[in-house]
Structure formats: structure tokens, C-alpha cells
Design a protein around this ligand. Sequence first.
Ligand SMILES: C[S@@+](CC[C@H](N)C(=O)[O-])C[C@H]1O[C@@H](n2cnc3c(N)ncnc32)[C@H](O)[C@@H]1O
Length: 303
Amino acid sequence: MAKPTLDDLKRRLDEINPDIFPLLSAPKEYFSFRVNLNRSSVDSVLKKLKEEGFNPKEVSWCGEAFILPIENRESLVKSSPYTNNEIYIQNLSSIFAAYSLDIKPHYWVLDLAAAPGGKSLIFSQKANKVSAVEPNRERFFRMKRNFKESFAKNIQTYNKDGRFVYKACPEFFDAVFLDAPCSSESHIDVKKGITWWSERRIYRFAKLQKQLIISAFESLKSGGEMIYATCTFAPEENEAVVDFLLKRYKEAKIVPIKHDLDHTQNGLLSWRGEEYDISLKDTIRILPKGAFSGFYMAKIRKG
Ligand SMILES: C[S@@+](CC[C@H](N)C(=O)[O-])C[C@H]1O[C@@H](n2cnc3c(N)ncnc32)[C@H](O)[C@@H]1O
């Protein structure tokens, strides 16, 4: 089989949306971080950062998230708020997706594919308890250290395969987030050409994602909501996985995601001859722009 080329990737992305490839190829201008409310406050962090010469810009939809020009990244990791774990560098798409899960203070939240733990840290600030699942041992222990350093005391960690979690805890969690392992097309460095990307990889992940989305949905309480997300553009790993869930469970319904972002695309209703449920139009693909990387997300309600 011939090695995939950058042209193969471009053709595929153009078929989804001709804006994606140019946006993915453009130099990154900004990055983002979030204040860790377990260790500090927004006012205190901003004061320290200003004293150390930074001028972060607040994000309109999240009081704890800020952006800075990419040239500041190296110096930010040497700043006192960063070395004291008062801030956490995290992509805006990830922050946006985690904040899109409605969490009440008494909730027990499941993060089914959790390492390095950035989203669990957001849930831990809002929920009573969080269960964070990660099967990869190395990533699991790094995640545990991350939680400890962030003073996140209400997160329980499990070094387990997310596909089987539903067997131990059926209909247990008030809310579930599945940030699925994926072909990570939004992290491709176009300048370096194709290193690990291939359509075969897409199909392999799609199979795993279907098993994981079932486990996520089965673990969710009736009446609860979950988010399925990936950092890839491929419809086989996004709309097709969610459509598979909708077809299998009559009680699975798409909930529109509220947002005023201007660089999103509604979910596709068909792809390469496959037709998807009409409600898939209420899922979104975030296009890579500013401090946002490419992302797909669907909010699903049970019952
Ligand atoms: C996109 S990353 C999660 C990022 C994380 N949610 C965050 O925001 O910090 C996907 C994770 O899924 C894990 N993973 C792979 N296979 C899995 C499985 N069968 N069950 C659960 N997690 C899995 C990967 O090791 C990886 O850490």
C-alpha cells in the first residue's frame, strides 16, 4: 500500500471543509491557559503575571481562561504562577468542550479517557466527585501527579480500559465526558509532512471509539448528559460514531451546543455515501483558529 501523502490529507480535509487545511497550515499565533482555582484566584494570578511582564487577554465565555501571544509561551512556563501550579496551559477547544458539560455541585462525573487530566481538573472544580479513567500506565501516573500538584482532591483515578467501565458502573454517573483517543488530525504539523497519519489509522480508531461511546452511554444515569469529543476532523471518528450510538439506543438524543464561536461548522449529515441522523447538524466541528485547535464535539442526552 502506498504511503499516504500531504495531498491525500488535503483532499480529505477539503472534502469536509476547504477552510480546514489552510487554517491547519497557518502559523499558530496564540496559546491559552486556565487559572487553577484550587491553588489561587483569577485576581491574584493576573496581578502576579502583570508584575512579571505578561498581559493576558480574558476569554469572553470563561472567566478563568486567558490567551497570550505564542512568543510568550517559553517565558510563561518560567513564571511563578506556572511553577506553583496556579495556572494550567490548555487549548481553548479543550476548555470550551469541558465547560460545555453542564455540571451541578452534587454531580459525580466520569472522565472516560482522562490523561493528562486537563478536563478532569475543570470538572473537579465544579462537581462533587470525578472518576478519571486511563489505561496507559505511564500516562496514568503522570495524570495522578498532575492532580496531586493541582490540589484536586475529589478525583478518583482508575488505571483501566474505558471500554469495560460500564460493566462495573451501569447508569451510575450524573455526567460523562468521553475525550476519545483519535487520529489527532488537528495536531498534524503540516510543515513536517505526513509522519503518522493514514486512513487505516482513522478506521482503527473508529472501531475503538464505538466501543468507548457505548461504555460512556451505558455508564450515564437516565436523564443525564454526556459529551463525545475528538481532536480530529475525520467524519468516521466523529459523526459516524455518534450516529452509531443514536441508531443503537432510541433514548440517545443530541442536545445542541450553545456557543457564539465564529469558526465552527455544523456536523455533517452525510459522508462518502453514508447518511447520518438529521440531529447530527447540532454537533460542532471547531476549526483551528487563534488559540483554538481543531475539535469535534457532540452533546448527548439519555432519555
Ligand atoms: C485525547 S486523550 C485525553 C485527553 C484528556 N481528556 C485531557 O483533556 O487532558 C485520549 C486518552 O485516551 C486514552 N485511551 C486510549 N485507549 C483507551 C481506552 N480503551 N479507554 C480509555 N482511554 C483510552 C489515551 O491513552 C489518551 O490518554
